[in-house]
Design a protein around this ligand. Sequence first.
Ligand SMILES: [Zn+2]
Length: 465
Amino acid sequence: MGQTRPARLVRCCHWLLSTLGFGEKAEARVVSFGVSTLRSFDVEPLAFSKLDAGDYKYTITATDTTGKPVSTSTSFSVKTATVKTTGVKLAPTSLTLNVGASATLTATVTPANATNKTVSWTSSNKTVATVNTKGVVTGVAVGTVKITVTPLAGGTPATATITVKSVATSNITFSGLHTVPNPLTKGTAVSVKGTINSTQKLKSVTAKIDTQTGRDKKCATTFTEANNAVNNVKFDLKAFDAGLKFSKLEPCDYTYTITATDTTGNQATKTINFTVKTAPTTTPAPPTSKPGPGASMDTKLKYIFGKSMGTQTWTGYSNSLASQVGKNLKTIELDVWTLVAGKKVAKKKKLTVHVKVANEVQLIFRDIFNDPEQFPISLNTTGSYTNRGNTWSLHNYGLAIDINWDVNPMVANNQVKNSKYKPGENPLCIPANGSVVRAFKKHGWYWGGDWVSKKDFMHFGYINK
Ligand SMILES: [Zn+2]
């Protein structure tokens, strides 16, 4: 900008910048020039770059030494420079929505100082999801769509992928879950099995053991099952067997927790509380099957009474024990030969014995009945169980049988000859080498006729007492 002045000395000069339409002074500055030599001027600095957009009038007034001002002016407009839009960013770029649910996508036009930041939104399939002018996406139906945002001033659009899914009905239940024995004896291996019923595909099932009391003894395992049917998934927790070392747990209180998670994120847990205790020091279990004929007396008594019996236990017999014994008696019916008017006739003989020897007694009497000897048994002088009160006797327990007691007496050894015991003469007397003694001995029973200091020829005992 320049100005040629008349050939008179300039005394002063100033410029005035005003906004058109308002006539107001925006900025005024008096610039003093060196007199007499000025022929041209260049006003600096004029901060035009700082002017806001608008229309301006620029006036310069020069005054010479005569005091007469001369003005000249020029008008101009300041306009804002246009910043071009390069594109737009979208966040998030993928989203999963339930049908009927909404979420907002955020569009950011680049660069940040772009002149025009308006955008438009479109959905690739409005039947799946819609989008409004604010970027709010609403799921309409199951499917996948692309939401595109486009800067209206040009530049690269951006897209987000929206997956719309149905509102899942999620339900997980446990059934048939094996419980852990409580208390659990230390060293016992336990396998926990069960079924998890899920309306949704299961994503994972985990199981862990935590101590209830915070002891530092833990056992945990995890497995993930990925390929299951969508509905009614059946999980067989047998797969845990290898990982759950219950047998290694120290005595403590534990909580066993199974957590199932389906693909919708729904979780269900099942907890089982149990206590591990040290194995008690146990005596060997009594035999559950009948001891063989050669078994020891102690083994035989364990079989009957479930425990070892010291001999002192057998020195007395109380009425309370009698009632207890009564529960263990069984009356059986046997085929026997008996004498009727001097002839052998087959009859039925009822005998009440201990339940645990009942079958054995049946076998013994079958042997006797089937033997060609056809040894006759008197129905009225043959028996087993009798309550003999506070007197030691196997008969108190139904564990001894007396046969034909009227002619097979109990006598001192040296009185045998004078007694009624006349085997060979009286068919009702039990011969030592006869079928009766053979049958009882075959099954491990003892005959009182074998005793030494005294003889009890009628008596056959489950043990040698
Ligand atoms: Zn007897």
